[in-house]
Design a binder for this molecule. Sequence first.
Ligand code: NI
Length: 179
Amino acid sequence: MAIREILRMGHPVLRQQARVLDAAELASEQTRQLVQDMTDTLRAVGGVGLAAPQIGVPVRLAIIEIAGGVGRYGDIAPEPLSIYANPDIQVLDETPQGFWEGCLSVPGLRGYVERPGSIRVRWQSLDGQHHQRELNGFLATVFQHEFDHLDGRLYVDRIRDLRLLMFEQEFLRHGAPEL
Ligand code: NI
């Protein structure tokens, strides 16, 4: 078990394009250990998703795990630990949906971001198998947020009105602003 340091906005690795993992790397002990460290780190801080670049490894790998129930992101559906290597996204419905996103690399802040509400994702598991799945609602947003990390993007890049960026404590105290 290893809890790794999470890089914060301003660290150059968070702005890099992460690279694809080849079949040998996917199956390697090093990648298995990386996923274990990412899982330990995500659980230690109570997040819902983590991308490898956030712990300083610029490869196309992300994990999502959502406990579900009422938490800091409202009342949301649970999602078991899932590991996405070399993912890509196809938008199924451009209709935007907005969520107040947060990010472990931008601690203490929340911002309102609109993203397509329905996507099909394709990815590889560590055994090299290809998978696909349709995602909607909050899970679609979480996936797109993690995917952005692999392309050097942060959610703050997507906030259209900076009045929709707040400290999380104030957001929880006062609620979403009316604009
Ligand atoms: Ni993030």
